[in-house]
Design a protein around this ligand. Structure first.
Ligand SMILES: Nc1ncnc2c1ncn2[C@@H]1O[C@H](COP(=O)(O)OP(=O)(O)O)[C@@H](O)[C@H]1O
Ligand SMILES: [Mg+2]
Length: 482
């Protein structure tokens, strides 16, 4: 319970093994009494549909009570692995403690309770069922009583509850301890990863006011392919064909979008268009990209050591990658100083680089790059920075998550150059919102704007003779396709 001690939130508890503040009632014979529902949890649990009813709450209390006892009984074996032998032993102890509790459960309830106990002992407690469900893409814990998920692009509240703040802290501790990371009152935030690659952020009090918060971006076991994106209607086959031509023809491309809009997914799809014989260096905060090519060097930034030294940033890695004879540099996301390094790489012969950044429109993406370059301490007038951007970036692909959860490419926009002080943008494809079904699903259409990009000749030089209809041109004697 090192974490709880560090945070200073350990509840008064005389049971040496109890780490969640949920112990049997203190009056003797304590261990033979069933745990009562935690008054404070009950009082605060919102009375809304789907919320935990008392019996769910009792199951949770009971599971933690048994976990405490099992952990107490394990002594030095506390880092037990899940094997058939250990499971047999735990089953026995579970049955014993369940009997001791005096609570009688149906067989199905007992089985569920056993799973809850195992999830506490070997997994991430109440989060385990959510982590196992591949259809859930994000898990958000706002303190012990509000656990939200994202599923099919929609965010919903779940009936999942933690017993109290300490219970959430215990799960955070279990996530970060194997990684040698720490979180405490002095530095109450941490980024970490689950063993399966899912990204985790945790913030605890005093910064998290309403209790410890956890955000988990689930690692998609199966990456979406270009065919998936076409099937979902995120892009059209014509857009996909165009984007493939742009990647192969070594255009510098930025995928822009909000958090969770699908930037990394699209970057992955685009990166997979890179020809097999080109040497690729990927640079990410946490390796999410999954490239099919063989000749790939994957680099990952690293947080500082406990003493604060030894941090390696994306910027450091971009600069380093230039010495690695890359033919393609793929940067997971530009958030700061690395933007300047990336623009310089793009402008100094490393054509065909790809990255993402957080912005809401292509125009906004240009503004973001400008700000990030300036924040990186570039001692240049704004219009020089703008010129760097305009000459480095060829194409911006805007990814959007619509209000109904659909993820779409909203714009494919060419960066044409500078006119005076302004970066000139030309949309090539655009998303149109046509209406809404009675169920609230948006009716949309992705259309070319009718403008052929100025860089068409570069595509042609690489053997892509894209037919005019891709760009929406009308063929004489034929109805307009769109
Ligand atoms: N076009 C799409 N259609 C449906 N789901 C998508 C699409 N693009 C991404 N996703 C899903 O959305 C989630 C967030 O995607 P991700 O690419 O990580 O977003 P970002 O990098 O913008 O934060 C993932 O679970 C991913 O599988
Ligand atoms: Mg991302």
């Amino acid at each position: 319970m090192a974490l709880l001690k560090r945070i200073g939130g350990t509840p008064s508890n005389d049971t040496p093994s109890a780490g969640t503040g949920v112990a049997a009632p203190p009056t003797p014979p304590a261990s033979s009494q069933p745990p009562r529902a935690h008054a404070d949890v009950q009082a605060a649990a919102p009375a809304q549909p789907g919320a935990t009813d008392v019996s769910d709450q009792r199951m949770l209390e009971l599971s933690l009570w048994i976990v405490d006892r099992i952990q107490g009984s394990l002594g030095t074996q506390s880092d037990l692995k899940r094997t058939p032998e250990s499971e047999r032993m735990l089953q026995e102890r579970f049955a014993n403690y369940l009997r001791q509790s005096g609570v009688s459960l149906s067989e199905a309830q007992a089985r569920r309770l056993y799973e809850m106990v195992m999830d506490e002992l070997f997994g991430f407690g109440p989060l385990e069922p959510l982590l196992r469900d591949d259809s859930i893409t994000e898990v958000m814990v706002n303190g012990p009583r509000l656990v939200y998920i994202e599923q099919n692009g929609k965010i919903t509240l779940t009936p999942i509850r933690f017993a109290n703040d300490e219970h959430v802290l215990k799960v955070i501790d279990r996530i970060i301890r194997p990684l040698g990371r720490r979180i405490d009152r002095k530095w109450p935030m941490v980024d970490a990863r689950l063993p399966d690659g899912s990204r985790v952020n945790a913030v605890i009090p005093p910064c998290a006011i309403d209790g410890p918060s956890i955000t988990i971006r689930k690692f998609a076991k199966k990456k979406l392919t270009v065919e998936d994106l076409i099937r979902f209607g995120s892009i059209t086959p014509e857009m996909a064909e165009f984007l493939r031509a742009c990647v192969v023809s070594r255009l510098n491309i930025i995928v822009s979008g909000g958090t969770g809009s699908g930037k990394t997914t699209l970057l992955n799809v685009l990166s997979n268009f890179i020809p097999e014989d080109e040497r690729i260096v990927t640079i990410e905060d946490s390796a999410e990209l999954k490239l099919a090519q063989e000749h790939v060097v994957r680099l990952e930034s690293k947080p500082p050591e406990v003493d604060g030294t030894g941090r390696v940033t994306i910027n450091d890695l971009v600069i380093n990658s230039l010495r690695m004879r890359p033919e393609r540099i793929v940067i997971g996301e530009c958030r700061g100083g690395e933007t300047m390094a990336m623009l310089q790489a793009m402008n100094t012969g490393h054509d065909g680089s790809l990255s993402t950044l957080h912005a809401n429109t292509p125009r906004d993406a240009i503004a973001r790059m400008e700000t990030m370059a300036m924040m990186a301490g570039m001692d240049m007038p704004v219009h020089v920075i703008r010129e760097q951007i305009a000459s480095a970036v060829d194409l911006i692909v805007q990814q959007t998550r619509l209000e109904d959860g659909q993820r779409k490419v909203a714009y494919i926009t060419e960066v044409q150059g500078m006119e005076g002080d302004v970066v000139v943008l030309q949309d090539i494809f655009m998303l149109h919102i046509l209406g809404k079904t009675p169920e609230g699903k948006l009716i949309t259409e992705l259309r070319p704007t009718g403008t052929r990009p100025r860089f068409s000749s570069r595509l042609e030089a690489h053997g892509f003779k894209l037919p005019p209809h891709i760009f929406g041109a009308q063929i004489p004697g034929q109805n307009k396709r769109w």
